[in-house]
Ligand binder design. Structure first.
Ligand SMILES: [Zn+2]
Length: 245
């Protein structure tokens, strides 16, 4: 811990010189202590992997999910660094066709340069962005968020058409699922995704992750429903019949 403390002292000194901004010392100490532990432990355990990754990446999957701090794509899929290319934003949204955006650039790069084979859109329980979609006026003090959520125009109506009136709690769950469907459609509307689909380069997957249980329900297009992992059907995997691709 002496090394971490030393690093932290250097950090505080530098930050103090560069900026008069208040530093949340306890938070930064935790982050820097964690970094030190990573370097001494985790990095050492996977040194050969990191040495390989230093020369480039070849992720198999583009994982699109919310910025929510409670989701860790690598953790829930037990993926290593280099396995998944991650795109995150509030509400796991993909702006509609024709709009220049960081999302479009990231997706294009993943498909055309990295040649990913799968794209997962992963919504999650208790999503604040989806809650805001349902609560008119909740973003009055958050103009950037309100503008961003315009990418979900029509989502509430779609959810009502599919499911009818529901309790507020159930409505949030259903909006989260319907948003995954909508974002998959937005993906399919992108030229690079459409081309990759038509040549069987990629498959699309819709997930809904429940933070409280750790369970994931997957969109099964044959059933047009979100189903538990154990019930989901997939494309051909290991010779068995399986999934919404
Ligand atoms: Zn969220």
């Amino acid at each position: 811990m002496r090394v971490a403390a030393g690093i932290f002292q250097i950090y505080v000194t530098l930050v103090g010189r560069v900026s008069m901004r208040r530093v949340n010392i306890r938070t930064m100490q935790k982050l820097i202590s964690g970094l030190s532990q990573f370097q001494k432990s985790d990095y050492q355990h996977k040194q050969s992997l990191f040495a390989e990754l230093a020369h480039g990446q070849s992720p198999h999957t583009l994982f699109i999910t919310c910025s929510d701090s409670r989701i860790d794509p690598n953790l829930i899929t037990r993926s290593d660094p280099g396995d998944i290319f991650v795109l995150r934003n509030a509400g796991n949204l993909i702006p509609r066709k024709g709009q220049a955006s960081g999302e479009a650039a990231t997706i294009e790069y993943a498909i055309k340069a990295l040649k990913v084979q799968d794209i997962v859109v992963c919504g999650h329980s208790g999503c604040g962005a989806m809650n805001a979609v349902l609560q008119a006026g909740s973003c009055d003090e958050l103009p950037a968020v309100a503008a961003w959520l315009q990418n979900t125009d029509g989502l509430t109506q779609r959810t009502l058409q599919r499911n009818g009136e529901q309790s507020p709690e159930r409505m949030l769950e259903l909006v989260i699922q319907e948003n995954v469907r909508m974002q998959l459609e937005n993906l399919e509307a992108m030229r690079c995704v459409a081309d990759a689909l038509s040549s069987d380069q990629v498959q699309l997957h819709g997930w809904a992750y429940d933070i409280g249980s750790g369970n994931v329900e997957m969109l099964d297009r044959e059933q047009d429903a979100f189903v538990p992992l154990s019930e989901a059907t997939f494309g051909e995997i290991d010779g068995s019949t399986s999934g919404y691709a």
